[in-house]
Design a protein around this ligand. Structure first.
Ligand code: ADP
Ligand code: MG
Length: 359
């Protein structure tokens, strides 16, 4: 009754659990791993700066960039296409195109080869000259991508994603509940650190490919039991399948991600993570109460039967009566509400960057 009531309570809030046993893992969880883009942030970045480094005009840069991104589903791609459209630039079809998951896109536009993506997608030598500009933007929490070819980098495009309104409340509440909050992202180190520090996350892992996310989860699971991961994108799917409990944001999330997850949040509300963990902990308490109570009743009946010979009707009354009480106690979970208060932010605590230095 406790598990069924919890599943019904969760479902009413838009939390779908594929199996009741995950409640047990959630109640014992020690670590929550967050994806950044689309999970802690809204996943709808906007182009904030466009620095031209060569002789090409902003118009030409946006024309090439939007053409390269025209087929991609990535939030950055959508932001660049939207920017081009806002500037009334017609998005042209590229002659060829290849998307490098976790890095960027490469293709031919109007007979020329181009690359568009994060700094590590380019030769180190090419980026060297622009490191101060890139680091400046990244330390403000912006995602920096470059446009260039084999010989030159011709533009720096900065995008700003906004944090979800509820993100800082969720991280604070989870820390109050004694959980370690970790961020995993494919984004650059400085950008990830800016977001991680603003939210007060305990550990930050950046510049990760989907397979790196899986390896870090395995590493975390070696030292900590019951690791939960929450994410939205295709690049999170392998990590969600690896975590003891994987949670997918279902609304903005990808189909494959949803299939690989154990739990789905149908309304993409991060606060539901706090509610779910409270519910799982409460369910554990109630299930333990029920087990303790029913075992006590059975043992008492056994002993009484041996020493005093209880009549059958009384035996039935005690046994079935205790079953009813167990059911009623379990049903309390149907109306359970998490009591965490949305208090204002306090000072940030220590943040460990890439499992190394403490800041
Ligand atoms: P996250 O883990 O933050 O969800 P991804 O793994 O999808 O991020 O991407 C990591 C980084 O790779 C992005 O921050 C971006 O710099 C770059 N990138 C990936 N896909 C694209 C794309 N289509 N266009 C430009 N940059 C991209
Ligand atoms: Mg994501």
């Amino acid at each position: 009754p406790g598990i069924l009531s919890s599943l019904a309570n969760a479902a009413k809030q838009g939390i779908l659990l594929k199996a009741g046993r995950d409640l047990e893992t959630l109640a014992k969880a020690k670590v929550v791993v967050f994806d950044k883009t689309g999970t802690l942030t809204t996943g709808k970045p906007q182009v904030t700066r466009l620095l031209t480094l060569g002789k090409e005009s902003e118009f030409e840069i946006l024309k090439v960039a939007s053409s390269l991104e025209s087929m991609s589903d990535h939030p950055i791609a959508k932001a660049i296409v939207a920017k081009a459209e806002a500037e009334q630039i017609k998005v042209i079809e590229p002659e060829s195109l290849k998307e490098h998951i976790g890095y960027g896109v490469e293709g031919v536009v109007e007979g020329q080869n181009w690359r568009l993506g994060k700094p590590s997608f380019f030769e180190q030598e090419l980026c060297k000259a622009w490191v101060p500009e890139i680091e400046d933007l990244e330390s403000m929490g912006q995602t920096v991508i470059l446009l260039g070819n084999k010989k030159n980098i011709i533009a720096i495009i900065a995008l700003q994603d906004t944090l979800r309104q509820e993100a800082s409340y969720v991280v604070r509440a989870l820390k109050q509940m004694g959980l370690l909050c970790v961020i995993l992202t494919g984004d650059q180190k400085l950008t990830a650190e800016a977001v991680g520090k603003e939210l007060g996350l305990s550990k930050i892992y950046s510049e990760l490919l989907p397979i790196d996310k899986v390896n870090i989860l395995k590493e975390l699971q070696q030292t900590e039991d019951n690791v939960i991961m929450i994410g939205d994108g295709l690049n999170d799917a392998p990590a969600l399948a690896t975590a003891q409990v994987g949670i997918a944001l279902g609304k903005g999330g990808n189909n494959i991600t949803i299939q690989n997850a154990d739990i789905i949040f149908t309304n993409d509300d991060l606060c539901k993570l706090v509610n779910l963990l409270c519910l799982a902990r409460k369910a554990e308490v109630i299930i333990k109460q029920n087990m303790f109570f029913s075992i006590t009743v059975i043992c008492t009946l056994l002993v009484l039967n041996l020493v005093r010979d209880i009549s059958l009707p009384w035996g039935v009354v005690f046994h079935e009566g205790s079953t009813l009480l167990v059911i009623l106690n379990g049903l309390r979970l149907l109306g359970y509400k998490c009591g965490m208060k949305k208090t204002p932010a306090k000072t940030l605590e220590k943040t460990v960057v890439n499992n190394g230095t403490t800041e």
